[in-house]
Write a protein that binds this ligand. Structure first.
Ligand code: UDX
Length: 464
């Protein structure tokens, strides 16, 4: 977009928006809606986080977002607050963006943050407003939110509830808010529909100004809730499908990269999300497919989603498969308890669950690094953005400040997150630093021919 002042939206009458929960989701939405000309307050109970955001510092890595944060703070459209009464008075539309992590003692989603946010907000409301859920929740949650609202807000205010799922991909989140490929709104009344239409007018106008259209689907509550989990279940299934093919290729002597390319030419299949490797991680796909299964069981349709259990298992099997490749390259035998890698030094390149993110939640790379260290290897981990978070999750691992430091004197290099820094590194130069030229390409992201030409023993995932 151009400057905020040149936004196609500035000056237009828009609902005032609040976003409860300024984690990855809420902060991104709050900032991007301010960028589209709306007046916005981001709310959180975390005083430090709010202070940092109010000072123009983003508490996580997301390309392009910090500039927008600063620009919209300066323009006065964007504020941050820990005061519920202030946001209750301010907002026409309140978005619930708090986390819904996996329950500590089960597969279902923990809705305690949703409960706290909705209850606190409802108790402070003094005028009619719309509460819109964005967090990923089990189907049926909206009715429960409606009950929470009617228990806690004065009935004569006529507070309404709606659901509008988000589809943000880390690393592309700014564009995913400003230029979404669809908007889904689950509503019960015309008023709620009109409010959400006005709320998304900025997105629709921007699309029109750029000659695009954005489908806006109006659904019932259950469909809106299910769209999100169904989308993530499908993406996870696609990734596990290709990783299952990789397992077969490994024993049959095929090449899963060529296989994916060949099936992807069929437009019914498509070539996206067919990258075989060490599997999916992050704050969404793993927990969402588990919560979806748990909810289906509660609803008595557990059988319908039993395949998601298999999707999860295939995904988790990718990690020991990297171990086996590592042991094979290092000439170590794998026993029932895994290989003994003592006396070896391994460089692990990548800790985040994907590139262009500092997120290490459920990151396959970090999990494999821990497995390699547990097998006795002297592991050095390097990641361009995720080191700080990785240290918090795996404090016992050894971290190297640069790529070169990580690989110096290594007997084996494992590339486990496909950062550009690794993909574009020169195998000839790297070859002069290591003790032995052996590489496991856990994301099939390296130019294998070039690496082999530079004298490296190369193993990819599902490649003969
Ligand atoms: C995902 C969804 O894409 C997004 O729509 C939803 O809102 C949140 O969950 P995100 O978690 O940011 O987004 O990551 P995504 O890009 O989907 O990747 C998820 C994981 O799958 C990553 O670990 C990635 O490395 C892995 N992946 C992706 C593969 O292993 N192979 C692929 O082909 C694609």
């Amino acid at each position: 977009m151009g400057s905020a002042a040149a936004s196609p939206l500035s000056g237009a009458k828009r609902p005032r928006l609040t976003f409860l929960g300024t984690g990855y989701l809420g902060a991104t939405y709050a900032i991007c809606f301010a960028e589209m000309g709306y007046r916005v307050i981001g709310f959180d109970v975390d005083v430090d986080k709010i202070a940092r955001l109010a000072n123009g510092t983003l508490p996580f890595h997301e390309p392009g977002l910090e500039n927008l944060l600063r620009r919209n703070l300066a323009a006065g459209r964007l504020q941050f607050s820990t005061n519920l009464a202030q946001i209750a008075e301010f907002g026409d539309v309140h978005f619930i963006c708090v986390g819904t992590p996996q329950q500590a003692d089960g597969m279902g989603a923990d809705l305690s943050y949703v409960e706290a946010a909705v209850t606190g907000l409802s108790q402070n409301l003094t005028r009619k407003a719309l509460i819109v859920g964005k967090s990923t929740v089990p189907v049926g949650t909206v009715e429960w939110v409606e009950q929470l609202v009617s228990k806690n807000a004065p009935a004569d205010l006529g507070i309404e509830v709606a659901w509008s799922p988000e589809f943000l991909q880390e690393g592309f989140a700014v564009d995913d808010v400003l230029r979404p490929n669809r908007i889904v709104i689950g509503v019960k009344t015309e008023w709620a529909k009109d409010m959400l239409h006005a709320t998304h007018k900025g997105v629709l106008d921007l699309a029109a100004a750029e000659g695009r259209t954005v489908p806006l689907m109006v659904t019932d509550f259950a469909t809106a809730e299910l769209v999100k989990v169904a989308a993530n279940a499908f993406l996870a299934t696609k990734i596990s499908f290709i990783n299952a093919m990789a397992e077969v290729c490994e024993v049959a002597g095929g090449d899963v990269v060529q296989l994916a390319q060949a099936i992807g030419y069929d437009p019914r299949i498509g070539n996206r999300f067919l990258q075989a490797g060490v599997g999916f991680g992050g704050g969404c796909l793993p927990k969402d497919i588990r919560a979806f299964q748990a909810r289906a069981q509660e609803l008595g349709v557990g059988d319908a989603l039993r395949f998601l259990h298999e999707v999860d298992l295939i995904n988790l099997r990718c990690r020991p498969r990297v171990m086996r490749l590592a042991a094979e390259l290092l000439g170590r035998r794998s026993g029932p308890a895994g290989p003994d890698l003592s006396g070896t030094r391994i460089a692990v390149l990548g800790a985040t669950f994907k590139p262009n993110s500092d997120d290490v939640r459920d990151a396959p790379a970090l999990a494999v690094a821990a497995l390699l260290a547990k097998s006795g290897s002297d592991v050095r981990v390097y990641d361009p953005q995720g080191m700080e978070n990785a240290r918090m999750v795996q404090p016992k691992l050894t971290y190297a400040p640069t790529l070169n430091d990580a690989i110096r004197s290594a007997d084996l290099v494992c590339v486990l997150t496909e950062w550009a820094e690794f993909r574009e590194s020169d195998p000839y130069v790297l070859g002069t630093l290591v003790a032995s030229r052996r590489v496991v390409d856990g994301r099939n992201c390296l130019d294998s021919a070039r690496w082999m030409k530079a004298g490296w023993q190369y193993r990819g995932m599902g490649r003969s």
